[in-house]
Design a protein around this ligand. Structure first.
Ligand code: TRH
Length: 380
């Protein structure tokens, strides 16, 4: 692909949680590092950003981080020229003055809405279609996805090779885990837990505690901790807290930098993830996973869950497909996890092989940043 010294503006409003900033920060860095473009990332909430990237100075209106110009989205829009490519993430509304600046350009910019990730089939038909127009500037839909003819998934160059090397090195893993204060018992399975509040958690923890295989459960600080506290019957859990209940050890971790979170996923035998970005990262970890999908009005998220399961379970034996699907459905209904977890455990080896195969299959698609650059090249 030709090297393009173009300017890109990415706009991110943090609705809630970390997915909006997680995705746009990852994309911005990758565009700079791998496609040599200039990127300004406009973010309205630097505090949320700071959780993933602690080197951010939340008091600055403009700063450079890893080659990206990070700008705090101001209440009064500054006079600034519009970039060659403008990305509004997740249908965020661009400032009116900026839209005027887009329209004032001699050559209008490529204007894209980066949509939410979905495995539903309709995404294929809608990816790349024109959306609304502002004066002479046409906006287009850009849909990430798992299938051919979608925008693909965010995946940095060399990610899978780095992951594989790390997973082959028990010393590297041990060093990383020790850095977080984790002493893994040699026969214990490691599970990471990043989830929203979930009434099904207690039954899963009961099952893990009663299991003959020991489990070390790693829980980064966040929304699920309240359910963990209730199950343990303890007060507020702080980072570093460690509790043992029969075969289950529960340890609370700090919320780590985004790249460190990858290492955590790569170390674990099984990852419970949520939302969008951690969900994708767990797939690149090539380990079996459990997805807590972001809840939407009228339960439309359940269609997305089923669409993903349909794709993901292709190639699995019927019992393994039923086990993992049952587990995911229960988790997302906040229902009892015991039976489905035990069923899933029976197919551990098959699910592990499948996670590897799925990861390799997904990596055959162009990654999302490359697909965006290609879209721009085709457009001009
Ligand atoms: O935080 P989320 O629930 O974000 C959600 C979803 O994106 C959802 O689709 C969207 O509508 C909503 O936000 C507004 O889950 P997600 O997408 O996994 O984002 C979490 C980010 O946090 C991801 O980039 C990984 C990162 N992370 C760390 O950097 N360190 C950590 O310790 C952990 C646990 C996560």
């Amino acid at each position: 692909m030709p090297e393009l010294k173009t300017r890109w503006d990415i706009f991110c409003t943090v609705v809630d949680n970390f997915g909006d900033i997680g995705v746009t920060w990852r994309l911005a860095r990758q565009l700079v590092a791998e496609h040599s473009v200039d990127v300004r990332l406009w973010v309205d909430d630097l505090r949320a950003f700071e959780r993933l990237c602690p080197q951010i100075d939340i008091n600055l209106s403009q700063q450079w981080q890893e080659g990206v110009e990070v700008c705090h989205w101001p209440s009064e829009w500054p006079v600034t020229s519009a970039a060659d490519v403008v990305i509004g993430a997740f249908a965020c509304q661009l400032p009116h003055d900026y839209m005027d600046a887009m329209a004032a350009r001699e050559q209008p910019p490529l204007w894209l809405n980066l949509d939410y990730l979905s495995a539903e089939d309709w995404v294929i038909g809608c990816h790349g279609l024109p959306s609304v127009k502002y004066q002479n500037v046409q906006k287009y839909f850009f849909f990430p996805g798992f299938q051919k003819d979608t925008g693909g998934l965010l995946r940095e160059r060399g990610l899978l090779e780095r992951r594989q090397q790390f997973q082959l090195s028990s010393a590297a893993q041990q060093q990383f885990l020790q850095g977080l204060g984790i002493e893994r018992a040699c026969d214990a399975q490691l599970i990471s837990l990043f989830a929203y509040e979930n009434t099904g958690l207690a039954s899963w923890l009961d099952t893990l505690a009663a299991d003959s295989t020991p489990t070390h459960l790693l829980v980064p600080e966040g929304r699920v901790l309240g359910d963990v506290e209730r199950w343990l019957s303890v007060g507020e859990l702080a980072v570093g807290a460690l509790h043992v209940r029969q075969a289950l050890t529960v340890q609370v971790l700090p919320f780590v930098r985004q790249d460190q979170y990858d290492y955590l996923l790569w170390c674990c035998d099984f990852n419970a993830v949520r939302g969008e970005d951690s969900f994708v990262r767990a797939q690149w970890a090539a380990r079996p996973l459990l997805w807590h999908i972001y809840q939407q009005d009228d339960d439309i998220h359940l269609d997305k869950l089923e669409a993903f399961l349909t794709l993901y379970t292709k190639g699995l034996s019927t019992p393994a497909a039923e086990a993992i699907s049952g587990l995911w459905r229960s988790w997302n209904a906040g229902a009892d996890m015991a039976e489905h977890w035990l069923a899933t455990r029976k197919h551990e080896a098959e699910l592990q092989n499948h996670a590897q195969a799925w990861c390799l299959e997904q990596a055959l698609q162009a990654d999302l940043a490359t697909a965006l650059v290609q879209f721009y090249v085709n457009w001009i």
